[in-house]
Design a protein around this ligand. Sequence first.
Ligand SMILES: *Cc1c(COP(=O)(O)O)cnc(C)c1O
Length: 401
Amino acid sequence: MNANGKIPFLDLVTPHRELEGELLSVFKSALHSAGFIGGRMVDEFEQAFAKATEVEHCVGVGSGTDALRFALLAAGVGPGDTVVTVPNTFIATAEAISQAGALFDFVDSDEKTHTMDVEKLRAYLETDCLPELGTGRVVSRRTGSPVTAVIPVHLYGQMADMDPILALAERYQLVVIEDACQAHGAEYFSKKQNRWRKAGSMGRAATFSFYPGKNLGACGEAGAVTTDDEKLAGRIRMLRDHGQSRKYHHDLEGYNGRLHAIQAGILSAKLEHLTRWNSQRCQSAELYNSLFAPMAGSVGTPHQPSWSRPVYHLYVIRTPERDGLQRYLTEAGIGTGIHYPIPIHLQVVYASLGWKRGDFPVAETAADEVLSLPMFPGLRSQAQQRVVDTICEFASTRSVR
Ligand SMILES: *Cc1c(COP(=O)(O)O)cnc(C)c1O
């Protein structure tokens, strides 16, 4: 809680104050060496993040959106392909697909976890697609092109149900790109492998965003791709750097999508604290859960399946009275967010693609009901108590009417 009693949705100031000395020395060493793009600090961060994610390779890029676009391109997904994902995600997931030259289809999200509904993915592949002769792949009836990749999104810091997604992907020859932009450090218990797996280690490649508000955030734009596939990592290294194999030798057309040295240095310093910050988020989530227990009928709290160890990038509740509740909390000085108010298939930019309300009812209802409460490392328990008390107050004024 601030001195003025306000509770912010997110506090990005305190953690940077705490690490100020360390972060300034990163800036100084970049200044003194004038190494601003690539170089030692980038290599070091890539190694540390690959280790933390339990993968062979990490390639730092300019943003999470770059990471998604490069991962698709490097995996050979492009014009003539269809990629299937969920409609309740940040727009970048869809942008990356079409900017890679591919078309997208959606399958609805799961009512409880807000991640890809595996049965809907199965139904999509079995009934919304037709077998392609002789390849084992399927062709989307809607787009008319073969479905070659799937992007499960680990939304709010919780992984999608990866075992069955990977099994379907194997059966239908789909490349799996995890959108792990909200899930740094999250884990999934793979029954198939009988062990916990890190977000970003299960697909052919995975994408991370280090946008400042993410669980691991830079002091500017940054992102990364993780993969065990050395060739794919090499292609991403080229794509991020104008397709260069070596200086001024351009073997393919690439992009300007490199990770800045200063951001990499800052990320290395902050990575040391990620586990602690994530466990603080989990403790805050548990406290919210217990404070909300008496209100189980009116407020839906996050669902955590037994196979999931989420990192609570966001703590998202549900209520049909969402808009009224959000206004009430704003008036009480409590910051909130909505992730996301409009599912991708209903965004104006994609209106010409012909989707309509009712196509993905689970994601649509969620978009009307979800509310993200204050959640960040260092959130005080008194602040959480006040958030829940205020929501209680709102609920009691509603039930009188
Ligand atoms: C943040 C985010 C992105 C995009 O990352 P940027 O670094 O902002 O480009 C993509 N997908 C999801 C789910 C995200 O939350």
